[in-house]
Design a protein around this ligand. Structure first.
Ligand code: PEP
Ligand code: MN
Length: 337
């Protein structure tokens, strides 16, 4: 971090800042130019978190040099992380496909879907039991009953399961069933929830908030990791823009940017990004091309009667086609599917 002093700052103000920083165990480098004096600070900046340096006499501004997230930062951990969800590795040589209905509706629906997606090449089953719907009158999910059906689907197919949690209570319940927690876009900055799942060892799929910057997203990952749970996978699911042709706008550039800034794996959810089935296939291919570690796709045995997100869900035959078409793309980038 660099402390920029005001032009014509008096000597005593500079001394006060240097003393405060050094009293907290950090080192300083003073650089005095013709116009501007700057103080470089070296050491653990968190020790200064309670000091309002920007309010001290003679201080113009503070310029951070490194990002506030450390554990999620590639600068401090150069090796790409591989996150294991049971026996499925995310971030390794496999292009991982997570698939399943937006919401678990009944036992038959989830079991039928689980068998179909496994046959086509998916390796993780998704399904929502706690649904954060825009309208309170829309289907809100089967909660624990749904989780039991998911666990049954895992028993039958061997596929690990990922389910969204929306509250501390749902974490307590879902903890007993799921192999991976999903934090949805709406809860990306629910810091209490992030801290709570950070205290578990269960892998977490952290979706990007609707209007979150990449740095805010990585700081959300940091919340989980700083509590001890390092098993975080990021999911780009589209952000809100002025465009109305799609439900959200898939920020495809986020994938190489995350790969540059973080060692965490990242997958893409082209369904919530677009809201339209027709765009899921081309954007899945784009996701492979830009280096994503996988995708999450909504699949429903009959999307026309789905209780949630039918228009963006693929029927099993279209999902099979998608997997078949993705295989050569994955091979091209050195990943198996
Ligand atoms: C979902 O995965 O069903 C979901 C609600 O996603 P998001 O949080 O990205 O909207
Ligand atoms: Mn959905």
């Amino acid at each position: 971090m660099i402390i920029v002093m005001k032009p014509n700052v008096i000597e005593q103000d500079i001394k006060n800042v240097i003393n405060l920083v050094e009293d907290h165990g950090l080192k300083t480098h003073l650089s005095t130019g013709d116009q501007i004096t700057i103080i470089g600070v070296v050491g653990d900046k968190s020790k200064l978190s309670k000091c309002n340096i920007e309010l001290m006499g003679g201080v113009e501004k503070i310029v951070p040099v490194t990002e506030s997230y450390k554990l999620a930062n590639k600068k401090f951990n150069m090796n790409s992380s591989i996150i294991k969800v049971r026996d499925v590795e995310i971030g390794g040589t496999k292009f991982v496909i997570m698939a399943g209905p937006c919401a678990i509706e009944n036992e038959k629906q989830i079991i039928e879907t689980a068998h179909a997606i496994k046959k086509s090449g998916a390796s993780i089953l998704r399904g929502g039991a706690y649904k954060p719907r825009t309208s309170p009158y829309s289907f809100q999910g089967l909660e624990e009953e749904g989780l039991k059906y998911m666990a049954k689907a895992r028993e039958e197919t061997g596929l690990p399961i990922v389910c969204e949690v929306t509250s501390l209570k749902s974490v307590e319940t879902a903890y007993k069933y799921v192999d991976m927690f999903q934090i949805g876009a709406r809860n990306m900055q629910n810091f209490y929830l992030l801290k709570e799942i950070g205290k578990t060892n269960t892998p977490v799929l952290l979706k990007r908030g609707l209007s979150a910057t990449i740095d805010e997203w990585l700081n959300a990952a940091e919340y989980i990791m700083s509590e001890g749970n390092k098993n975080v996978v990021l999911c780009e699911r589209g952000i809100r823009t002025f465009e109305t042709a799609t439900r959200n706008t898939l920020d495809i550039s986020a994938i190489p940017i995350i790969k540059h800034k973080s060692h965490l794996p990242i997958i893409v959810d082209p369904c919530h990004a677009t809201g339209k089935r027709a765009y899921v296939n081309p954007l899945s291919k784009a996701s492979v091309a830009v280096g994503a570690d996988g995708i999450m796709v909504e699949v429903h045995p009959n999307p026309a009667v789905a209780l949630s997100d039918g228009p963006q869900s693929l029927p099993p035959d279209e999902f099979e086609l998608l997997c078949n078409e993705l295989r050569p793309f994955s091979n091209l980038v050195g990943k198996t599917l």
